[in-house]
Design a protein around this ligand. Structure first.
Ligand code: FCB
Length: 466
């Protein structure tokens, strides 16, 4: 857990934060001129979200942002990662800005500034204005242009208060879950639309980066979900081929265009945008230099030798489709209440790998955390021991990655608050602060106290009993 000379520690100036996203916490879905987004439509469609939950009210952070920023202060955090709702700022996705939407974010940014907390603002965390979806959404090129125009409105009005801009959150999940599998808004199951969305999301990132630069932004990046691929057993040529294909589809598809200006050679063909969609100069726009990369890490992908037509316990058909290779979920690893495998060494692996693939680029963990079956005990407290362990082991892995050369500049826990967990609704709790959705009461969990101790004490405190 710790090395021989002491506890794991983080460099001076390391950014400590917590993350949220607009649709997951704000509520106030129809207030102050906000227009509908794809997530309003999706969550109001029966059968799409567990229990019929919607983000109509969520954590009501639209009205309670001062209290929520107060939580950040009491935890001693230096940065808040939140997202701007496009549909609040530019309700139909085009045209003039909605002043009341900008006013809300202005007030939030003023509150952060007054408390000395830097703003890390994500421009797009999945809530596309519905009117743009009606015209094809990310499957059409114009949406990338619209995103750049919205970015200009946001940056002109708010840029003086934003320390760090993140263009997109997890575009891979948008293309895959939103357009290919249909588990997320807009709920399409269309491979071609997904491949087109992949390119247009990336183009949107590149165009928005250019706009931000023109407006003087000096800290601009993108957040990608990253998936370390871990090979079990004796290495073989088939496993190596499977590793390359799996990595290209899960991580490289978005990482390589941004850092190297090309789509990964090993990616499965149906994931790649057809050449006709990729105009001359697009990849140059997409790979315009960024100042940092945000990485979101939850779980790795394991591969091992196996028979896809005769799957064993915990084996799954491998997405790479290499004969003789299966995906596998090691029995001995714990799982979170999402069913996701807990593997801190995957964080160490992916931070060192991404640092090698993007030499010199600072990295931020912009999300990491876990869902657990949290409840308020008779003493009125939430003792989320699983989350304390999860955070401890992942922070230890992050510190070890820094020692091994990873260029990690900060860490944002997902999430500050329990919130609307997309297709899972309010059933899955990721917060370090418990939210009683009946009363909107916030109760910091044991993990909030643990995280606050880490942030204040650095080095990482030992866990009880370790
Ligand atoms: C990520 C999302 C974030 C949250 C976590 C659990 O994929 O970016 O909004 O839902 O997963």
């Amino acid at each position: 857990m710790t090395d021989a000379v002491g506890a794991a520690s983080f460099p001076d100036g390391f950014v400590w934060g917590a993350a949220t996203a607009a649709y997951q916490i704000e509520g106030a879905a129809a207030e102050d001129g906000r227009g509908p987004s794809v997530w309003d439509t999706f969550s109001h469609t029966p059968g799409k979200v567990r229990g019929g939950d919607t983000g109509d009210v969520a954590c009501d952070s639209y009205h309670r942002y001062r209290e929520d920023i107060g939580l950040l202060t009491s935890l001693g955090l230096s940065s808040y990662r939140f997202s701007l709702s496009w549909a609040r700022i530019q309700p139909g996705g085009r045209g003039a800005a909605n002043q009341r939407g900008l006013d809300y974010y202005r007030a939030l940014l003023d509150e952060l500034a007054a408390r000395g907390i830097e703003a890390t603002a994500t421009l797009y965390h999945w809530d596309l204005p519905q009117e743009l979806q009606d015209e094809g959404g990310w499957a059409v090129r114009d949406t990338a242009e619209r995103f750049a125009a919205y970015t200009a409105l946001a940056a002109e009005a708010l840029g003086d208060r934003v320390a760090r801009w993140i263009t997109l959150n997890e575009p891979q999940v948008v293309a895959n879950n939103g357009y290919r599998t249909g588990e997320h808004a807009p709920g399409l199951r269309d491979r071609q639309a997904a491949a087109a969305a992949t390119h247009h999301l990336l183009l949107g990132h590149g165009l928005a980066t250019r706009v931000l630069r023109d407006l003087g932004a000096t800290d601009v990046g993108i957040t990608l979900d990253v998936h370390p691929v871990r090979v079990l057993g004796e290495p073989t040529p088939a496993l190596e081929q499977a590793r390359l294909i799996t990595d290209a589809g899960a991580t490289g598809l978005f990482l390589e265009p941004v850092v190297s200006g090309r789509y990964p050679v090993h990616a499965a063909e149906d994931l790649l945008p057809p050449p006709a969609l990729v105009a001359d100069g697009d990849l140059k726009i997409i790979s315009a230099p960024v100042d940092f990369l945000g990485v979101n890490y939850y779980s790795p992908i394991f591969l091992r030798a196996g028979d896809p037509s005769d799957l064993r316990r915990n084996e799954n058909y491998a997405r790479c489709q290499v004969p003789g290779v299966v995906e596998y979920e090691p029995e001995e690893l714990e799982r979170t209440s999402m069913g996701w495998l807990v593997d801190p060494s995957g964080l160490h692996q992916i931070l060192t790998e991404v640092s090698q693939r993007a030499p010199g680029l600072p990295l931020f963990v912009t999300e990491n955390g876990c869902a657990a079956e949290d409840y308020v005990n008779p003493d009125g407290e939430v003792d989320d021991a699983e989350r304390v362990n999860y955070l401890h082991s992942h922070l230890e892995a992050a510190a070890r990655a820094i020692k091994d050369g990873a260029n990690l500049a900060g860490y944002f826990v997902w999430s500050l608050l329990d919130n609307f967990e997309w297709a899972w609704g309010y059933q899955k709790r990721f917060g370090i602060v418990f939210v009683d959705f009946g009363t909107q009461r916030r109760i910091p969990k044991a993990s909030a106290r643990f995280y606050s101790d880490v942030v204040r004490a650095n080095p990482l405190p030992l866990l009880p009993g370790s």
